[in-house]
Design a protein around this ligand. Structure first.
Ligand SMILES: [Zn+2]
Ligand SMILES: [Zn+2]
Length: 512
């Protein structure tokens, strides 16, 4: 009694889901659960109350059970929270549909005893590196100093992971072969390249909950071009050999006549890591892997995203792009900036991609946010948040790419020849891996401080909105009809990917 959850169903190659508005669901040991499964098996075309979905729904933190009936492979997967080992984590067990249909109910105790299903680990085992004799050289990238734009991108990153954390925390939805991985990868790339639209249309569906489905378009392929880089999605890039095998997978793209003779720069993304590789004069070199997603990613910007946003918004990896400029019109920078500001968001992105001069102009300020300025950079300069003084006295951690003032760290951390490792990285604090349920565990009940900005001369806080504005929340009006003392929490900007709401909404608050 009183259970919450949702149903997923795959039939004829299409996913469907069914969930009660408040998430009510029967428990496995209630006869109606098995009865529902039997009905689906007997009449797979009777889908009243089911809605089409691009992929199965995840185990929300408020859920007890998620049932995934797959009529293609005739299995039932039951997902639930397991507290073994002290930490709550989502787990899944799989049963044969024929066996389920013979029973009258499912025993909860039996379910908890069954071996766990880990699609991610299964895939990792299946994709053991193939030895092709290709030993890549080391690729050294200097990401340079972070810009104010990068700080806002870092904020977007943690604020994007937060609402969609259920999908990333559930091993059934977060693995190489899950479409959710393709979908979130393009979202992270778009945030890192500011390839997004800042919209003033604030009529969006909030909060993001179990019924929300991220629905922006995404490349179905695991290899594609993005802003001049070849993106390769791969199951696991924990070792250099695995990174090489990811590059091998992209051979047909690299050997394409269009890219002949050109250096190919590659961004390799796995469910947890990112790495960068370059093919130049038939020589392959690559970086080590950087953590892209960890348990901390809803509260701290990951090293992988720090690197990704630098690469996609600066010349740090492609220093000689200007000589490839074919656009011959000489327009003063200020004029170009004015044009950029007047363009529709999508046109501004397109313009920046059409010309290297325009691209440089696009990334020189905060595109689409008017004359907003960023006052502090706590996500990228965690010592004190001040961006000033880094040119002269800044030091970057070679592990997490956080910048610090040498005065601020006061002897903490350790310098190795020309490399510095910050105190957090030395203790392993900032290099947490990603564990099922980990993002929810780490971000639970943590305040989400906004980004300190300046707009039209006044200091404001760019604050993520997780709920609708106060006057649109019926439950709030019920208790306080005049909404006295309730912060209005208006939404000023929503972030979209090709017109589709990304889950990111922001408002401007006064600082207290
Ligand atoms: Zn500092
Ligand atoms: Zn560090």
């Amino acid at each position: 009694m009183g259970c919450r959850g949702l149903w997923n169903l795959r039939v004829n190659g299409q996913w469907y889901r069914s969930c009660h508005p408040r998430g009510r669901i029967s428990s496995p040991d209630h006869p109606i659960t098995v009865k529902t499964i039997k009905q689906l098996c007997d009449a797979p075309d009777k889908l009243d109350g089911w809605e089409k979905a691009p992929f199965p729904g995840p185990l929300d933190s408020d859920f007890d059970w998620v049932y995934t009936v797959d009529l293609e492979v005739r299995t039932l997967t039951v997902s639930f929270w397991d507290s073994a080992g002290g930490n709550l984590k989502p787990v899944a067990v799989r049963l044969d549909l024929a066996t389920v249909c013979q029973a009258s109910t499912l025993s909860i105790d039996d379910l908890r005893q069954l071996p766990r299903l880990w699609p991610m680990e299964d895939h990792n085992k299946a994709s053991e590196p193939e030895s092709r004799g290709m030993v890549p050289g080391q690729l050294h990238l200097d990401f340079g100093l972070p810009t104010p734009l990068n700080e806002v991108q870092a904020r977007f990153f943690i604020d994007c992971i937060y609402p969609w954390r259920y999908y990333i925390d559930d091993p059934l939805t977060w693995h190489y072969q899950s479409p959710v991985f393709n979908l979130m990868s393009i979202a992270l790339l778009r945030l890192a390249a500011w390839d997004l639209e800042v919209s003033f249309d604030c009529d969006v569906e909030l909060p993001i909950r179990f019924y929300s489905i991220p629905s922006w378009s995404y490349p179905r392929d695991n290899i594609y071009w993005f802003h001049g880089f070849l993106v390769i999605l791969h199951g696991n890039i924990e070792s250099q050999a695995m990174i090489s095998s990811a590059v091998m997978k992209a051979q047909p793209y690299i050997e394409n006549p269009a890219s002949q003779g050109r250096d190919v720069r590659m961004i390799i993304i796995s469910p947890n890591h990112v790495a960068f590789a370059e093919l130049s004069n038939n020589t392959l070199s690559c970086t080590r892997n950087l953590v892209l997603l960890s348990d901390l990613s809803a509260t701290q910007c990951s090293p992988g995203f720090r690197a990704l946003s630098r690469i996609l918004t600066s010349d740090c990896w492609q220093k000689s792009k200007m000589d490839r400029e074919t656009w011959q019109h000489k327009i003063p920078f200020e004029m170009l900036q004015l044009i950029m500001q007047k363009l529709e968001p999508r046109d501004a992105v397109a313009f920046s991609q059409a010309s290297f001069t325009a691209e440089r102009c696009y990334y020189a300020s905060l595109p689409q946010l008017g004359d907003m300025g960023v006052r502090t950079s706590p996500l990228l300069v965690p010592c004190c948040g001040r961006r000033g003084g880094l040119e002269e006295g800044g030091i970057v951690c070679s592990t997490c790419y956080a910048w610090m003032h040498s005065d601020c760290i006061d002897g903490q951390g350790q310098a190795f020849i020309d490399q510095y490792v910050c105190a957090n990285c030395q203790t392993g604090e900032s290099s947490a891996g990603h564990h099922p349920g980990g993002i929810q565990r780490d971000s639970r009940r943590k305040r989400r401080p906004g980004c300190q900005v300046r707009l039209e001369g006044s200091s404001k806080l760019l604050q993520v909105r997780l709920l609708k504005p106060a006057h649109l929340r019926p439950s709030l009006r019920f208790f306080r009809p005049d909404l006295s003392g309730v912060p209005p929490e208006l939404i000023t900007y929503t972030i979209r990917f090709n017109g589709t709401f990304s889950g990111l909404a922001y408002g401007l608050d006064d600082e207290h």
